[in-house]
Every structure is written in structure tokens, then in C-alpha cells.
Design a protein around this ligand. Structure first.
Ligand code: MCN
Ligand code: FES
Ligand code: FES
Length: 906
């Protein structure tokens, strides 16, 4: 042990700590300064940054013995508080720079040190600083963060005042389309937004800490599990295996009726078999996390290893054994049948191109690792707090497995540091539920970044073959598609993601005749979970890259070929329905002059010669909003003495569910002239909030937005007097009227039949046309992105800061998908950097977004969604730009430098 006298945030503290202990642990666990976050725990992400004697350090790798006695430390709590905001904190709010907010304290602390040494930095200085200090953000695409630092520097230099900045904010008449600051921003920038790990440190003393015994092979029979030695370890309360699970020990994967499996193949604790690396075989429950960890290492598991099928083609091989005995590895099939038979047509067409393509197991890489806790409340109900973005779904999926009646399960979403879709599936909810049920004590479980990366779902790889035929004039006439989806060992939502092939291969274009077949395949690689874009990034990649190949074959410009073929009045989508609106032609018209300039610039640079080649690529970005078919959401609105309280389960990954709910409620309640600050939000707690469905499929702004609107309209209707004015709270009470009103909304849609893929799945769509300008170094194969220009149509914009943030963040994840991100190699792809997360240097500062707001008939106030469109096909545009630059068309992602170089050499 060592003793240190430290000045922390200006206050002298005496700290007794382990010499080898980490500064982050002392700050968080001993001093409860939980504004400092721990993401990677390995010095890679900067979430734990603090200022130590004037220098930015990453506290997760700073041993206490290295902290000098009498050191001065500044954490986010010392930068400014809710009443005395630092210019950086104010600027962060005004620029929408805190989405999930997990990286926010680390960035602000880091930027504070920069501005103290240089209060007049250039944008490049700011970027270089964040690169040097390893500050990573997965949500914002970095640009808003640089904007915020530049604004804060202006404030510090006195070129603008706080009052001037505040005065630019909307005054409350209408928030719609404004840059109003999201309600959670203040807590996020001051470090008081408590994530799951922060709440975990404040649980009662009798809380048990869980650590998992996980499989280190990908496929095996479990012969025996011996927990005897572990049970004798210090501090251990129980060691649980499948035998201790009171329920069925199965997670309900909600399989489609035509799925060949029953959807019950995923165990909570593995019993007979290991299906993938990381599978949980036992849980140790102990007084401290260290004790649990030490005991977990003593559990002996005897395995008989089986051949591991690590990709769809391997699991589809003739001699592959069934991963789930009794269910074929190809367990779901679907088709597209639109228009005439394509075979004879293809023979008659002037231009036909075809290709194989592959989009892989993109890892989500949120900076907050998975975390949760559970306990029984005073009513005897099991309460599970997690990062769930599908509260009511998850209760249904885990209740039987745990062994509690569905009505006794309450799931609450903790403030969440990003999920990007992985939490559309349950992760640890079943484990937490079982542990709490067996022990009747509060239980807590947190993953480290290694577990987060290796043992949560990933994007499902698609192996695709597409053939596109056009007539003499270039009109797309026929499309043939074939796709196999590697969904890992667990089927949940595997059937659904496979149907996205029918819906999005060729989307955006009027292709009258389509034939296609898709299939879902069980493998032993990471289970497939939703990932932003959900099947559209795979599907659109194949078709959007093929369009450029066709353009080359025809000798025409790819943007003009797109323009000729995009949806116009009377055209049908690949599922045979009308597009919700016709907006693509005018979007391309907006891009055209910018595209011409970009092409000219590239040509001029190329004319100079040299090893660097410059190119411009485009792609359509499209995704639907909703769960297929008549998707429903519920909300409520209640008149109170203080104003109106609005309740829904619009789960917040970090995208801005609070802002969406507030804006839509405020807009609807305009007739009673209520100020935004008088609208209280109650969100994401099944005890209090109704089933609004999951925050997936970019559905919430449309479906839950509409339900929220209807709830507020119902309240208004009850308040309305005969003369057209509205009753006050006191008048409503005096009249004995109900104060709380429910609202529901159902999408007027029908889910396509998997047999032909035809139907009208979504109430609205989101559209984008993206242009990428790239530089390829032909000596190394490395691609740099100079600029991205996105024309976006999301209908009416609800909040400008939010949608800007969604666009930047999604596009930058697309850069990762195109060039660097992967989760394939279980040895290499185990850290944020190993998985290829884009750092600020990998991302252009030059990202331009131009909005077109075509009102959506089905959207609240004409709005569509936003979240997934920017990741639906930016990678296709980047790949097309590389093709334009150097003639190399990469159809298997990611386009790593060595892959581009090898293709160049060919
Ligand atoms: N919005 C708006 N105006 C519009 C459309 C949307 O202001 N015309 C706002 C909405 O109010 C909402 C946000 O944009 O705050 C996204 O809306 P929507 O597209 O309806 O998506 P959801 O709210 O259902 O959020 C989920 C979506 C998905 S599916 C993933 S995955 C995702 C995403 O949003 N994961 C994210 N965005 C993310 N952003 C962050 N920071 N972190 C994640 O994990
Ligand atoms: Fe410390 Fe990532 S660098 S948590
Ligand atoms: Fe940066 Fe979420 S806001 S990681």
C-alpha cells in the first residue's frame, strides 16, 4: 500500500492505494469520481483521460506508484459543474458533441489541456491533439468535437460570449428542426450522466459480483464441469452452471414460423455444447469482482472439441455436421420473385454484369463495454438494468429461460454508451436474471473490452452473387441475386436480416424483374446481432458496386446511370410497393454540380502524375423505418400541476431519444403554449413506460414519435373546452377528468412473404446520395478520404444537431466498414485498434451534409428516421471512388491497403 497526498479538482485528499493499483480505479471506486469513464482499460480510447500536473494522462494505465506525491489532478468534475460550465462544456452542448456521452469527459478534459497551452489552435492542431492523446469517439464522426473545441477557443479568447451563444438557441415557439440542446447534454458534459458501471459502484453492500467462465474454443461437446475448487475460493458465494438455472435455460430467438429451428437453441449457461468462442459455461458469484475472477479460473471444464465452421460456406459443406443437432445448418430460406423470369431476359439484354461480393462481421465497438445488474424489488418483481434497446422484447425473450413469469420481469435501460445495434439482442439479461433469482441478492456484471468484442453479437456477413442487366439505353431491366448469411450459432433475428437481401439489393432503382434466393446459415463464429443498417449495408454494397461496374462497361458516368434509373412516379421498390416519396432525382440534381467539380479536381491532380491517384465515387444510401409490417408503439401523456409528463420506451443508444420525444411532444402540445422545460420525460423503465418496441430499424422517430404525438393529442382533446380553449390542471381535476392518456400508432404496412419477398414493409424510408473523394497511394495501397458529401432526405428534421450527429457518426462507421473494420481473427481482432476502429486521423474533417426535406405522409410532422441511413452504403461509395482512382474494384471488405496493393499489382 502507498499513501499519497493529492490535490484533486482543487481539494486536498489523502489517498491510500495499492502501489500497482490504477489511478482510474482510485478515482472511480475509492473517491467515487465516476465522471472519469473506463472503456478499453488499455490506453486505447481516452475515455479515462484526466489532467495530471498539467498533462493529459490515461488513468486506466497510470499505476498509483507513478502518480507523484502532491500531484494535482483534474477530472471532469473539476472542469466545471452544472451551474458553472467551462466554455468547452457549453460548446460541447451547443454543437451536439455528446451523443451517448461516454467519450465526452475524456475529450473535454483532453481539450482543456490543449486550450491551456494554445488558445488559438487550428482545426488541424485540434485533430492532431486528439490523435496524440488517443481520444476515440464511436458516435460523432469527430467533426462536431472539433467544432466544439474551436467554439470554446473563441469563447476563451473573448471573440464570442456565452450570452451570444445561448441567445442563438430556439426560444421555445417550435423546437422542430431547431438546434435545441438535448435534455441529457448537461449531465453528459459535466460527468454526472451515470452509466451502468457508475451505478454499479453505488449498489448496496450485499451486491454479488459475477464473473463468467467462458469457452475458449468455438465448437465442442461439454463432457463435464467441475466447480468444487472454485466454490472453496475466498469470498465465493455460489458457482452456477446450467443445472442451477430455474427456467428452461433457453433464450427465445423469436424465430419466424418458416424457420427450420425452434428459435430456442441459445442457452443462458451452456449445457451440452459450446457453440462459439466466449460462450458462458458457468458464473461465479462473489463478494468482490477480483474474488469472482480468481475463482472463475478454477472451474474445470472438460470438452470434446468438434470441427468449427467459421463461415457460411464452411457450415454449408456437404460433410458439415449439424451445429444444433436436429436442425440443418441452413435453417431459413427466402426468395425474391418480382416481374418476369430473369433468365431468358438476361440473354436478351445488351449489358449484363455480375460479381461475387462479401461484407463481413463488422464489430460494433461501442466505447462502453456491456454492463448490467439485477435485483428483486419490494413487489417481488425481478428488475434487470442493462443496455437493452428492446426492453419489452428482451423480457419476452428471457423470462422462461430464467424461470420467472413474464409479468414479473421489469427491464430498465441504464444510460447507455452506444450499442449501434448489438443490444437489439439480449446479452447478459438472462445471466443477471438467473443470478438474482437463485441468490435473491443484488447482482452486478460488467464485461471488459475484450469480452465486449469477443462475446457480443456482430454484423452478419453476407456472401453474395449478383447479376444486373440493362437494355441498350442503360435502363435496369433484370436483377438476379443469391446470398448466404453467416449468422453465427444463434438464430435470433437471423431470418429477419436475411429478408433484407430481398428488400435492399437493387433498392433505389426501378428494376421490374428480379429473381433471388437467400438463406441463413448457422456457423460457429460470433452470433449475428443487429448492426446499424441491418442487412442493407451488405445488400446495397453488392448492388451499388455492381452499378459502377455496369457504368464502366457501358462507358457512361455512374452518377448519370443512377439518375436514369432511380425511383420516379409509378416505379416500384424491390418488394413491389410504391416508394414512400420520390426524392432521389432531385437529390442527384443537387449533387451533380458538386460532383462535376470533384471529378474535374481529381482529373487535374491525376494529370500531374505521381504515385497518388485520385477518384470520386457515389452510391445511394437507403433504409426503411420500422419492423416489417404493422409495427406498433405505445406512449402516454399526463397533465400535472407542473406541466405535462410524457412516457415511452424509446430506448436511447446515444442517438437522442430524449430530444425526439421532447420535440414531438412539444410540437403537439403547442396549442396549450407549454414551454419545453415544463415537459418532463419518463423513459425506458418497464415499470412505468409502455411497450414502444425496440429502438432498432430506425423506427422510433416514426413509430414511437407518432405514438407520442397521438398520446399528446389525446390529452389535448380531453383538455379542450367548447370555446376552443384548454382547461388548466385545476379545472381538469375539478371536472373529475382523467389526467393521463395513452397513445398508440401502427404502421399501415404488410410484411413481405418470405416466399416471394413482395409486400410493403415500411411506413417511411430514409434516402441519401453520397459522394466520396479519395486518394489512393499506389505504392502502399492505402486509401485516404479527402471529403464526403452527403445529400440526405430524412423528411422533416426533428432536431438539426441530432440528425447532423447521426449523419457524421454513421458515415464514419462506413469508412471503418470500407477500409479497416473486421472481426474475423479471434487472436487479432480483440481490441478496438485491432478491430480497425477509425481514429480521428482516418476521418476527413471535410464532411458536407446537404438536406432535402421531403415530407413523409406517414411520419410525425412529415419526419422519417435518421439513424441507419448513413451506414447503409457509404462503403460502396468509397469503394467506387477507389475504382475510379486506380481501376481496382474491391468487392470483399475491408479494402485493407495490402488488398488494394495486391489488386493493383495484378
Ligand atoms: N431524428 C430527427 N429527425 C428526423 C429523423 C430522426 O431528429 N427526421 C432523430 C430522432 O429523434 C432520433 C434520431 O434522429 O433522436 C434517430 O432516430 P431514428 O432513426 O428513428 O432511430 P432510433 O431512435 O430508433 O435509434 C436507433 C438507431 C439505430 S437502429 C441504431 S443501431 C443506432 C442509431 O439509431 N445506434 C446508435 N444511432 C445511434 N447513435 C448513437 N450515438 N449510438 C448508437 O448506438
Ligand atoms: Fe483508458 Fe480507454 S484509454 S479506458
Ligand atoms: Fe463519443 Fe458516444 S459520443 S462515443
Amino acid at each position: 500500500m502507498i499513501k499519497k497526498n493529492l490535490t484533486i479538482n482543487g481539494v486536498q485528499r489523502t489517498v491510500i492505494a495499492e502501489a500497482e493499483g490504477l489511478l482510474s480505479d482510485v478515482l472511480r471506486k475509492q473517491l467515487l469520481l465516476t465522471g472519469t469513464k473506463v472503456g478499453c482499460g488499455k490506453g486505447e480510447c481516452g475515455a479515462c483521460s484526466v489532467i495530471l500536473n498539467g498533462k493529459v494522462v490515461r488513468s486506466c494505465i497510470t499505476r498509483m506508484k507513478r502518480v507523484p506525491d502532491e500531484a494535482e489532478i483534474i477530472t471532469i468534475e473539476g472542469v466545471g459543474d452544472q451551474k458553472h460550465l467551462h466554455p468547452l462544456q457549453l460548446a460541447w452542448m451547443i454543437h451536439g458533441a455528446a451523443q451517448c456521452g461516454f467519450c465526452t469527459p475524456g475529450f473535454i478534459v483532453s481539450a482543456k489541456a490543449l486550450l491551456e497551452s494554445n488558445n488559438n489552435p487550428t482545426r488541424d492542431d485540434v485533430r492532431a491533439w486528439f490523435q496524440k492523446n488517443r481520444n476515440l469517439c464511436r458516435c460523432t464522426g469527430y467533426k462536431p468535437l472539433v467544432d466544439a473545441v474551436m467554439e470554446a477557443a473563441r469563447l476563451i479568447r473573448g471573440e464570442v460570449t456565452k450570452e451570444e451563444l445561448w441567445s442563438k438557441l430556439p426560444k421555445g415557439e417550435s423546437l422542430l428542426g431547431s438546434k435545441a440542446i438535448r435534455p441529457s447534454a448537461l449531465a453528459k458534459v459535466t460527468g454526472t450522466w451515470d452509466f451502468g458501471a457508475d451505478l454499479g459502484l453505488r449498489l448496496p453492500e450485499n451486491t454479488l459480483h459475477i464473473k463468467l467462465v467462458q469457452a475458449t474454443v468455438s465448437h465442442a461437446n461439454i463432457l463435464s464441469i467441475d466447480t468444487s475448487e472454485a466454490e472453496k475460493m475466498p469470498g465465493v458465494y455460489r458457482v452456477l452452471t446450467y443445472k442451477d438455472v430455474p427456467g428452461t435455460n433457453r433464450i427465445n430467438g423469436l424465430a419466424f414460423p418458416s424457420n427450420k429451428g425452434d428459435g430456442l437453441e441459445r442457452p443462458i449457461l451452456n449445457d451440452k455444447k459450446v457453440f462459439q468462442f466466449g460462450d458462458a459455461i458457468a458464473m461465479v458469484l462473489a463478494d468482490t469482482p477480483c474474488q469472482a475472477e480468481a475463482a472463475a479460473a478454477k472451474v474445470k471444464v472438460e470438452l470434446e472439441e468438434l470441427p468449427a465452421y467459421m463461415s457460411a460456406p464452411a457450415a454449408m459443406a456437404e460433410d458439415a455436421i449439424e451445429i444444433h443437432p436436429g436442425t440443418p445448418n441452413i435453417y431459413f430460406e427466402c426468395s425474391t420473385i418480382k416481374g418476369e423470369d430473369t433468365k431468358p431476359l438476361m440473354d436478351s439484354l445488351e449489358y449484363v454484369v455480375e460479381d461475387d461480393s462479401y461484407v463481413g462481421r463488422q464489430p460494433h465497438l461501442p466505447l462502453e463495454p456491456d454492463v448490467g445488474f439485477a435485483y428483486f424489488n419490494e413487489d417481488g418483481k425481478l428488475v434487470i438494468h442493462s443496455k437493452s434497446v428492446a426492453l419489452h422484447f428482451h423480457a419476452l425473450m428471457v423470462a422462461d429461460g430464467i424461470g420467472v413469469p413474464l409479468e414479473d420481469v421489469i427491464i430498465v435501460q441504464n444510460p447507455t454508451g452506444g450499442t449501434f445495434g448489438y443490444k437489439f439482442s439480449p446479452t447478459m439479461e438472462g445471466l443477471l436474471g438467473v443470478a438474482a433469482l437463485v441468490t435473491k441478492r443484488p447482482v452486478f456484471l460488467e464485461f471488459n473490452m475484450y469480452q465486449q468484442i469477443t462475446y457480443t453479437g456482430k454484423r452478419s456477413p453476407f456472401f453474395m452473387h449478383l447479376k444486373l442487366g440493362a437494355d441498350k439505353s442503360g435502363k435496369f431491366t433484370a436483377l438476379e441475386t443469391d446470398w448466404s448469411v453467416d449468422h453465427g450459432p444463434y438464430c435470433e433475428f437471423g431470418d429477419l436480416v436475411t429478408t433484407r437481401g430481398s428488400q435492399f439489393m437493387g433498392a433505389g432503382y426501378n428494376i421490374p424483374n428480379i429473381r433471388g434466393n437467400g438463406r441463413t446459415v448457422a456457423t460457429n463464429h460470433a452470433w449475428g446481432s443487429a448492426f446499424r443498417g441491418y442487412g442493407s449495408p451488405q445488400s446495397l454494397f453488392a448492388s451499388e458496386v455492381l452499378v459502377d461496374k455496369l457504368a464502366k462497361r457501358m462507358g457512361v458516368d455512374p452518377l448519370e446511370l443512377r439518375y436514369m434509373n432511380v425511383y420516379r412516379e409509378g416505379d416500384k421498390t424491390p418488394t413491389g410497393c410504391d416508394p414512400d416519396v420520390i426524392c432521389l432525382p432531385s437529390m442527384i440534381e443537387k449533387l451533380r454540380p458538386l460532383y462535376k467539380t470533384a471529378k474535374q479536381n481529381a482529373a487535374e491532380k491525376n494529370a500531374k502524375g505521381g504515385d497518388k491517384k485520385y477518384g470520386v465515387g457515389t452510391s445511394l444510401l437507403i433504409y426503411g423505418c420500422g419492423l416489417d409490417g404493422p409495427d406498433t408503439s405505445h406512449a402516454w401523456a399526463e397533465l400535472t400541476k407542473a406541466g405535462v409528463t410524457v412516457g415511452n420506451s424509446w430506448e436511447d443508444h446515444g442517438q437522442g431519444a430524449d430530444m425526439g420525444t421532447l420535440t414531438i411532444a412539444h410540437e403537439t402540445l403547442k396549442p396549450i403554449g407549454i414551454a419545453p422545460e415544463k415537459i418532463k420525460l419518463v423513459m425506458n423503465d418497464m415499470e412505468k413506460t409502455p411497450n414502444s418496441g425496440p429502438a432498432g430499424g430506425s423506427r422510433s422517430n416514426v413509430v414511437t414519435g407518432n405514438a407520442t404525438r397521438v398520446a399528446c393529442e389525446n390529452l389535448l382533446a380531453a383538455m379542450k373546452k367548447a370555446d376552443g380553449t384548454y382547461m388548466t390542471y385545476d379545472e381538469m381535476v375539478a371536472a373529475g377528468k382523467d389526467l393521463k392518456y395513452a397513445g398508440s400508432w401502427t404502421a399501415p404496412c404488410n410484411a413481405p412473404d418470405p416466399k416471394d419477398g413482395q409486400g410493403n414493409p415500411f411506413p417511411t424510408y430514409m434516402y441519401g446520395v453520397l459522394m466520396s473523394e479519395v486518394e489512393v497511394d499506389t505504392t502502399t495501397g492505402k486509401t485516404n478520404i479527402d471529403k464526403l458529401t452527403l445529400i440526405a432526405d430524412l423528411g422533416t428534421i426533428v432536431n438539426k444537431l441530432v440528425v447532423d450527429g447521426q449523419m457524421y457518426g454513421g458515415l464514419v462507421q462506413g469508412i471503418g466498414l470500407a477500409l479497416s473494420e473486421d472481426f474475423e481473427d479471434l487472436k487479432k481482432h480483440t481490441t478496438l485498434t485491432g478491430c480497425g476502429i477509425p481514429q480521428i486521423k482516418d476521418v476527413p474533417d471535410n464532411i458536407e451534409i446537404i438536406y432535402q426535406e421531403t415530407k413523409r405522409p406517414n411520419g410525425p410532422y412529415g419526419a422519417s428516421g435518421a439513424g441507419e441511413m448513413p451506414l447503409s452504403a457509404p462503403h460502396a461509395s468509397i469503394i467506387n471512388a477507389i475504382y475510379d482512382a486506380c481501376g481496382v474494384q474491391i468487392t470483399e471488405l475491408p479494402a485493407l491497403p495490402e488488398k488494394v496493393l495486391a489488386a493493383l499489382k495484378k
